[in-house]
Design a protein around this ligand. Structure first.
Ligand code: ADP
Ligand code: MG
Length: 729
């Protein structure tokens, strides 16, 4: 019967780890082998060109077009030495992945032959035929074309035979059509606002960088088993499947020994990641069976985002050469943990100060508290928006499912930091500051123990937790582009820091000394943003009630959560910081709603197809066998005895009938509901209809399919089961 299933299970069991050769060189030697980094720029570019380019990279100065040709020539020389024949503008459209269109270096030489060329013009700007990328209507006019432009702050790199050039993707009318353009603007806004605030403490600071260290979770599934699951193949998650008798209850997978086939995959991946300049550092098993995690050393935010995008595609590729498929979906399996991507975020100065880390002196610590409290303020005032920034059709399965952060944004600070803030809130300025001779002010903020740096208590249920020298935004989905969360967070913090500066300056103008003005405003802020602080159990029902009382955004419907982008305060914030205009925000929301609808639509189609073509036929066939058996029993035994002996089978026959009727009826109803929803003009209303009426049907149908899986003869079941998908590696 289910030949394919048993064949793939058997093959999967026999697979051995693919050997991965250990490079002869040490990681330090092959690190960034395929990246045109400073070392290579220095080697391949003329001195003055090198100086101008690094200035553009460091200080965001626009790239001087006059050097573009020389930069391109140097890049090409380096790349051809690596055997490269093509180049591509590599960009991040709103579809989550990356996009690339490869062009060969070849040009006509005018003498009937070919030559290899790569001009500055081609490096700096391109016009990809990108009319089919989602743009929310911005580019629907005939002439509003889009172009991609090089972002020199992210170095070009080589993948196989192609030189990849990280670019922004924008409409000719200036609107961004990607993630990178607004991210760069958000980073520039937070740089400016944070430098201004730093100057209260450290006038020498010239630049503030946002840092990002992501932790990427993922599942690996044997590729044969994967191929036998059309739902995994087409939607990235299992739309059905009864829990295995054993899953993660023993917690024996977390940090356990890494299985050999997986270890080989990880080794291969790490070597290739390091060659691409991605500083991968940590690897381990995660909580669910066949779930793993990878984390690099944190980097400047824009680069870290690019590296995450790059590694997601690298992981997919490397997994295949080890006979696996990589699942980045936030919730591929029901009943076991889903995957997230913790975004560890902090700010740091060009002078080496980590602004989210406590320091040695009272003044250092006031700076530390200033940045922490302003971050809390930003998160408090834009908690709905931050939730919107991580929300998607796929991540919706994970949030609020008692395993991942709840669908309410709050911040965990830990005991020590909480005490410090409470103390500041309760004390008067005179208690906190005393005049200490000519040195000026002396601060009496209780000594912040050095311990705080890495010995913070942990709260796994918090979506935005302080972890010693950074905040960890845990609600981000495993499949998401980190840029979405980073745009919202950095913009909100930039906006808040600007308000802080204004508030403090106003007091200073009134004659208040600087330190005392800062302390005064901080104290007001601590009171104001108190509702965002929550150290308890984020999964509890009491918290849901309490959060609603505190006025935090408790919405759980994905399409409605997207509304947060268009709230007046969000538009005002994005416009004031120059990150996005109302028009861009509106267009991007159209894309979000449309994508939501499409995802659910595809799932509904796939489920309908599987239900009717895999599940019902198999269930009916098994039912016929049972019926046959009941008839034969009647022939063998006297009526009463036969009926007693067949009682169980009769029950099963009936149960199968009831469940298949339910499934058939609901699959039909789902088709009708889609027809109705598809007629809705507004993308928002359509997404709401899909969320409210179609998504719940998927669950109802699944419930009955999973029950049938328990009844039907295992030999007949065609789809690989959870125990096979999750425990074979
Ligand atoms: P855990 O699992 O305990 O949260 P990991 O070591 O898996 O920690 O990951 C922590 C991530 O946070 C790493 O990417 C690390 O580089 C990053 N990180 C550490 N310090 C900072 C910081 N100050 N700012 C941003 N990211 C940081
Ligand atoms: Mg973490």
């Amino acid at each position: 019967m289910s030949k394919l299933r048993f064949r793939v299970v058997e093959t999967a069991f026999k697979k051995k780890a693919t050997a991965v050769e250990t490079p002869a060189q040490r990681p330090g030697e092959y690190f960034a082998k395929y990246v045109f980094n400073r070392e290579k720029m220095f080697k391949y570019l003329p001195g003055n060109v090198y100086a101008k380019l690094t200035d553009a990279m460091d200080n965001g100065a626009p790239l001087d077009r006059s050097i573009a040709d020389e930069v391109a020539a140097g890049m090409k020389r380096w790349a051809t030495e690596l055997g490269v024949t093509h180049y591509t503008h590599w960009f991040q459209p709103l579809t989550e992945g990356t996009a690339e269109k490869h062009d060969a270096f070849v040009e006509h030489d005018g003498k009937g032959g070919m030559m290899e060329e790569f001009s500055g013009k081609l490096l700096v700007q391109q016009e990809p035929d990108a009319s089919s990328f989602p743009n929310g209507g911005i580019r629907n006019t005939f002439e509003a074309r889009g172009y991609s432009a090089w972002d020199p702050s992210s170095p070009v790199f080589v993948v196989d035979d192609t030189l990849c050039i990280p670019t922004v993707f924008i409409a000719y009318t200036g609107e961004s059509l990607d993630y990178k353009a607004p991210l760069l603007k958000a980073l520039s806004a937070v740089n400016k606002a944070a430098v201004d605030v730093c100057h209260y403490f450290n006038p020498e600071v010239k630049k503030v960088m946002a840092y990002l260290g992501w932790e990427q979770e993922y599942f690996l599934v044997d590729e044969g088993l994967y191929a036998a699951r059309p739902d995994l193949l087409l939607t990235g998650r299992t739309l059905m499947g009864h829990e295995a008798s054993k899953n993660q209850q023993l917690e024996d997978h977390y940090f356990g020994a890494i299985p050999t086939r997986v270890a080989a995959f990880m080794k291969d991946l790490e070597i290739q990641a390091l060659e691409l300049g991605i500083p991968v550092k940590t690897r381990h098993n995660e909580v669910a069976p066949n779930q793993f995690e990878l984390a690099p050393i944190f980097e400047e935010c824009n680069l870290a985002v690019d590296h995450n995008m790059l590694i997601m595609s690298l992981m997919r590729k490397v997994a295949r050469s080890h006979g696996f498929r990589l699942l980045l979906h936030e919730k591929p399996f029901k009943g076991v943990n889903g995957s997230g991507k913790h975004n560890n975020w902090s700010l740091g100065t060009d002078t080496g100060i980590l602004l989210m880390a406590p320091g040695k002196t009272a003044e250092d610590n006031l700076r530390f508290i200033t940045f922490v409290v302003n971050t809390l303020m930003a998160v408090y005032h834009h908690n709905g928006l931050l939730k919107a920034s991580i929300m998607s059709a796929t991540n919706a399965h994970r949030l609020g499912a008692n395993e991942a952060p709840p669908a309410i944004i709050s911040s965990f600070l830990g005991k020590q930091l909480t005490q410090v803030l409470d103390h500041m809130e309760e004390s008067a300025n005179d208690d906190l500051i005393s005049l200490a001779g000519k040195q000026g002010m002396k601060l009496d903020i209780p000594q912040i123990p050095e311990l705080l740096i890495d010995n913070t208590d942990r709260n796994r249920t918090s979506p935005f937790a302080f972890t010693g020298n950074r905040f960890e935004f845990r609600a981000v989905g495993s499949e998401a582009n980190c840029a979405s969360a980073m745009i919202a967070l950095n913009t909100a913090v930039a906006h808040q820091l600007t308000r802080f500066k204004k508030d403090v300056d106003a007091l200073i103008e009134k004659g208040e000394p600087k330190i005392s003005a800062i302390v005064e405003i901080i104290r007001q802020y601590i009171k104001e943003c108190r509702p965002i602080r929550f150290d308890g159990n984020g999964y509890s029902d009491e918290w849901k009630a309490e959060a609603a009382k505190r006025g935090l955004d408790c919405e759980t419907s994905c399409p409605l959560i997207f509304d947060n982008y268009l709230k007046p305060e969000s538009i005002a914030m994005f416009e004031a910081t120059g990150v996005m205009t109302r028009k861009e925000l509106e267009a991007r929301n159209e894309v979000k709603w449309e994508m939501y609808t499409k995802k659910i639509q595809i799932e509904a189609r796939v489920l309908g197809d599987l239900a009717m073509n895999h599940i019902i036929p198999v269930a009916t066939e098994y039912q016929s066998k049972l019926i046959d058996n009941v008839y034969k029993m009647k022939e063998l035994f006297p009526a009463e005895k036969a009926s007693r002996l067949s009682a169980e089978n009769m029950k099963l026959i009936e149960e199968i009938a009831e469940r298949t009727i339910f499934i058939t009826e609901h699959v039909e109803a789902m088709v009708e509901a889609r027809k109705v929803a598809n007629k809705i003009e507004s993308e928002r209303e359509k997404a709401i209809a899909y969320h409210d009426t179609i998504a719940p049907m998927l669950e109802e149908i699944r419930y009955h399919i999973d029950k049938l899986e328990l009844i039907v003869d295992n030999q007949m079941w065609t789809l690989p089961k959870y125990r096979e998908l999750l425990f074979i590696r």
